[in-house]
Design a binder for this molecule. Structure first.
Ligand code: MRU
Length: 359
C-alpha cells in the first residue's frame, strides 16, 4: 500500500545487501522506521516482540528467517533447531508453523550447498502467494460489500477488530482488503476501529492504514461495538484470523468472540477473512485445541504513546503491584460466523466447505 506516495509492503528481501527489511510495527504510528534482519535471533526477536505481527506476516517472516539461518549453517541439525525456535516465538498463529514446515518438508531432499538458494526461493514464493491470496480475499469480500451497498444505497459501516490490514500480511491485508478494494470502487465506507487493548493494534495500526488510504474511520474503545450494533450503526463486521479449524472455529485477537456474540444477537453479518495459510486442517475443536498465547502482563498494566514533547513513553495505569493476566487471543465458535472470506471464494464455516479448500 502507499505511504507518502511510495509503495510499501510490510517485509521485503534486499537483494544487494542479502538482508530482509521490515517496518518496525512497535513504533507505529508515531515513527516509521525500517529495520534490517540478518541473523536468526533478529527474526525470533522481531516475531516475539511484535516488530512484525499478524498471522500471515509472521509466517512470511519466519520463512525468510529460515533462509538467513541457512546462510550461517545449512546442516539439517541446525535448520531443524531454527524451525523449533521460530515456531516457539509465537504459538497461536498457525501461519508460522505452516510456513516453516513447508520449508522443512523440502530441505531434507536438497544438497546442503544448495539449500540456501532453495529456501530463499521458497520464502519469496510464500511472500508472493500471500500478496495474491490477500488480493483475492479483497475481491471476494468486495462482492459482499457491493451487494449490501446495492440494497442500502448509503454508506456501509464496517466494524473491525485488531489489525488485519497490509501490516499484518505483506500487502492488502485480510480483513481490510475488501475495504481497500471498496474504496477503489468508490463505495462509501465508514470503519469503526476497535482500540484492541492491550497493545492497541486498532488505534496504532488499523487507523493509521485507513487514514493513509483516506478511508473514513472512527476510533472506539473495545466495549462500544455492542451498543453501536443495537443502534443500527454497524452493517457488518470483518475480522482476521490467526488459526481457523477444520470445522470453522476462528481464533483471533482477544475480544473478537464478544464482538461475534453481539453481532449474532443483533443479526449483523460477522465475516472472517481467512487465507488458506491460516487454516489448521488438523484440528476440529478451536476452544480445546488452539494454544492461546499469554504475554507479558506489563502490556496490560501500562499504556504506550507520545507525550506533549513528541516523545514516546510508557506509563503505568494500575495500583502498584496489582496482578494482571494477558491473554492475547480467543476463539469464536463457527456458529457465530456468517461466512469465511477466502482467496478461493466466500464459504460457510463448516467442515464440508473448508475441506474443499485443501484440494
Ligand atoms: O497479536 P497480533 O497483533 O499478531 O494479532 C493479530 C490478529 O489478531 C489479526 O487479526 C490476525 O493475525 C489476522 S491478520 C491478517
Amino acid at each position: 500500500m502507499i505511504i507518502a506516495k511510495k509503495h510499501y509492503t510490510s517485509i521485503w528481501y534486499d537483494n544487494k545487501k542479502d538482508r530482509v527489511k521490515i517496518i518496525d510495527q512497535t513504533l507505529l504510528p508515531h515513527k516509521f522506521e525500517i529495520k534490517e534482519l540478518y541473523n536468526l535471533n533478529h527474526f525470533i526477536r522481531a516475531i516475539f516482540n511484535m516488530e512484525v505481527r499478524g498471522a500471515p506476516l509472521i509466517g512470511v517472516t519466519a520463512a525468510f528467517g529460515m533462509y538467513i539461518a541457512s546462510l550461517k549453517d545449512s546442516s539439517t541439525q541446525f535448520l531443524d533447531s531454527a524451525v523449533n525456535f521460530l515456531i516457539q516465538s509465537r504459538p497461536t498463529a498457525v501461519n508460522l508453523s505452516w510456513a516453516v514446515n513447508k520449508i522443512k518438508s523440502e530441505y531434507y531432499s536438497v544438497a546442503e550447498d544448495k539449500r540456501s538458494e532453495h529456501i530463499l526461493n521458497l520464502a519469496k514464493q510464500i511472500r508472493d502467494s500471500d500478496i495474491n491470496a490477500c488480493s483475492s480475499i479483497g475481491d471476494n469480500g468486495l462482492n459482499l460489500i457491493k451487494k449490501m451497498y446495492e440494497e442500502k444505497k448509503s454508506t456501509i459501516n464496517i466494524l473491525t477488530h485488531c489489525n488485519a490490514g497490509w501490516l499484518a500480511a505483506v500487502d492488502w491485508g485480510t480483513a481490510l482488503a475488501p475495504i481497500f478494494k471498496a474504496k477503489k470502487h468508490n463505495i462509501p465506507i465508514h470503519v469503526w476501529v476497535d482500540e484492541t487493548r492491550p497493545r492497541n493494534q486498532g488505534f496504532n495500526l488499523t487507523a493509521w492504514e485507513l487514514m493513509h488510504e483516506e478511508i473514513d474511520c472512527s476510533l472506539i474503545v473495545d466495549n462500544v461495538g455492542g451498543h453501536l450494533m443495537q443502534h443500527n450503526q454497524i452493517d457488518m463486521c470483518i475480522v482476521g484470523t490467526d488459526r481457523t479449524t477444520l470445522t470453522g472455529d476462528v481464533c483471533n485477537k482477544i475480544g473478537t468472540y464478544l464482538k461475534a456474540l453481539a453481532a449474532y444477537d443483533n443479526h449483523i453479518p460477522f465475516y472472517v477473512s481467512a487465507p488458506i495459510s491460516s487454516i489448521d486442517f488438523d484440528i476440529k475443536d478451536g476452544i480445546a485445541d488452539i494454544p492461546i498465547e499469554t504475554r507479558d502482563p506489563r502490556e496490560v498494566t501500562s499504556v504506550w504513546g507520545i507525550d506533549e514533547k513528541n516523545e514516546t513513553k510508557s506509563i503505568s495505569i494500575i495500583p502498584k503491584n496489582a496482578k494482571a493476566v494477558n491473554y492475547a487471543f480467543d476463539v469464536t465458535p463457527s456458529k457465530y460466523i456468517s461466512k469465511l472470506i477466502t482467496e478461493k471464494g466466500v464459504i460457510d464455516p463448516n467442515e464440508k466447505s473448508i475441506k474443499k479448500l485443501k484440494l
